[in-house]
Design a protein around this ligand. Structure first.
Ligand SMILES: [Zn+2]
Length: 122
């Protein structure tokens, strides 16, 4: 009675994860995720740089508190802001890169014949 509701549109979901090579029909296909990796790295750099810049600004404000204030403010600021900024930037960059991978680049590579192709069928 309800069997039609259970599993009738699973076809779309699998294409993205296990595509077959269009050239040799091999299932040994791996995602390249080039933009994703690049985006993550770039995001981490930008985020860390932004965090460090904020920390430097904090250190400059710390001048009012004397040399010890500068040192403490800069050290704590670089560590905390750098880590937080880097992690946030990496996550944002990875997400952006993932979208680029899926929509623009040939994101899949066949391990059998080396052919690269887009993972999504449209
Ligand atoms: Zn192939």
């Amino acid at each position: 009675m309800n069997e039609a509701l259970l599993d009738d549109d699973g076809s779309d979901d699998l294409v993205e994860f296990t595509p077959c090579c269009p050239k040799c029909r091999s299932a040994h296909v791996e995602p390249r995720n080039l933009a994703r990796r690049f985006g993550g790295a770039m995001g981490a750099i930008v985020g860390t740089t932004g965090g460090v810049a904020a920390a430097v600004a904090g250190a400059e404000a710390g001048v009012l508190g004397g040399p010890i204030g500068v040192l403490l403010g800069a050290a704590a600021g670089v560590v905390i802001e750098g880590i937080v900024g880097g992690a946030a930037g990496c996550a944002a960059g990875s997400r952006l890169g993932d979208a680029i991978d899926r929509n623009i680049l040939h994101n899949c590579r066949c391990r059998a014949c080396g052919h690269t192709f887009g993972g999504t069928s449209s």
